[in-house]
Design a protein around this ligand. Structure first.
Ligand SMILES: NC(=O)c1ccc[n+]([C@@H]2O[C@H](COP(=O)([O-])OP(=O)(O)OC[C@H]3O[C@@H](n4cnc5c(N)ncnc54)[C@H](OP(=O)(O)O)[C@@H]3O)[C@@H](O)[C@H]2O)c1
Length: 280
């Protein structure tokens, strides 16, 4: 049911690069804080109605309220569900309905020596970081393909291509997401639906701020602490600062747009040039 010719016709009306997501419905998994909340905010700022998600209802409501305060006319739908489980994904679908934009942002990370990661921990990382994205994509992709428009994004990381010794299990799940992305993009070929990975680099989230303060003198003011951290621990970063979550959100907004119709099946970097490679 390739009906791309009809869509090629829409190029003429595509217009300039003013991204307007009005009328689109998005879900950002794991969006009660950090990068997920910033992505949800930027999608809402661009006009999409956004399903905000976390495991706890009160925290999810609070995150949606914070976005609402910044963007009073935004449509936000807080849905608490544990997306690492089948039940959670089913419950979310019941409440969220169909989607045009799916952002699989949910991801856990933590340092552990590779020889000490047991089978249960490997399984947990796979379930939360990979299977949650696979399950939601399987759930929403057919509807998107049928309607002839959809955007799926999997939030990966520089760790997908530079395996971090201190969290090999995390790196492996992010590598897997790149392949999952490619596979689902092939399944959606010619339908108007795109599937991409977003490779985020070291980002200024509360967890990373704590990590920075552990590694450098925590009496330093934030800007200097960040500068020292980048110089000593992330020397390959070309921007020599942490990425702000909103900058990840901006790339997601672009990939969610109609204008990004020829970008699919790949990994797009928003890593501050951190990966020392021409290709991802
Ligand atoms: N931070 C970085 O520097 C960095 C760099 C590259 C890539 N990334 C990737 O970016 C993504 C977000 O990272 P982050 O640092 O912003 O994460 P974070 O601050 O730890 O936030 C994780 C979010 O996921 C939610 N969550 C956790 N388990 C969940 C579950 N089972 N079901 C539903 N929601 C769940 C949490 O909400 P509740 O606690 O309310 O449930 C929270 O909103 C991850 O995929 C990460 O791998 C991060």
């Amino acid at each position: 049911m390739w009906n791309g010719f009809a869509r090629l016709g829409s190029w003429g009306t595509m217009g300039t690069m003013r991204i307007d997501l009005t009328g689109r419905r998005a879900l950002v998994s794991g969006s009660t804080q950090g990068i997920g909340q910033a992505i949800a905010t930027e999608l809402a700022r661009a006009g999409a109605s956004v399903v905000v998600n976390g495991r706890d209802q009160a925290k999810t409501d609070k995150a949606a309220e914070a976005i609402q305060q910044e963007l009073p006319s935004a449509e936000l739908i807080p849905v608490a569900a544990d997306l690492a489980t089948v039940e959670g994904a089913d419950a979310l679908r019941q409440q969220a309905g169909e989607l045009d934009i799916l952002v699989n942002n949910l991801g856990i990370f933590g340092a552990k020596p590779v020889l000490e990661i047991d089978d249960d921990e490997w399984r947990r990382y796979f379930e939360v970081n990979v299977l949650s994205a696979v399950r939601l994509t399987r759930m929403y992709l057919p509807g998107m393909m049928e309607r002839g428009f959809g955007r799926v994004m999997n939030i990966a990381s520089d760790s997908a291509v530079v395996t971090p010794l201190e969290m090999v299990h995390y790196g492996v799940t992010k590598t897997a997401l790149l392949a999952v992305t490619r596979g689902f993009a092939k399944a959606a070929a010619g339908t108007g639906v795109t599937v991409n990975s977003v490779m985020a680099g070291p980002t200024h989230t509360p967890g990373v701020e704590e990590f920075v303060n552990e590694l450098v003198d925590d009496d330093l003011p934030w800007d200097q602490a960040q500068h020292q951290f980048m110089k000593e621990h992330r020397p390959y970063s070309l921007i020599q600062r942490l990425i702000e979550p909103r900058e990840i959100g901006n790339l997601v907004v672009y990939l969610s747009s109609e204008q990004a119709s020829a970008t699919t099946g790949g990994a797009v970097r928003v890593d501050g040039g951190y990966i020392d490679s021409i290709l991802p």
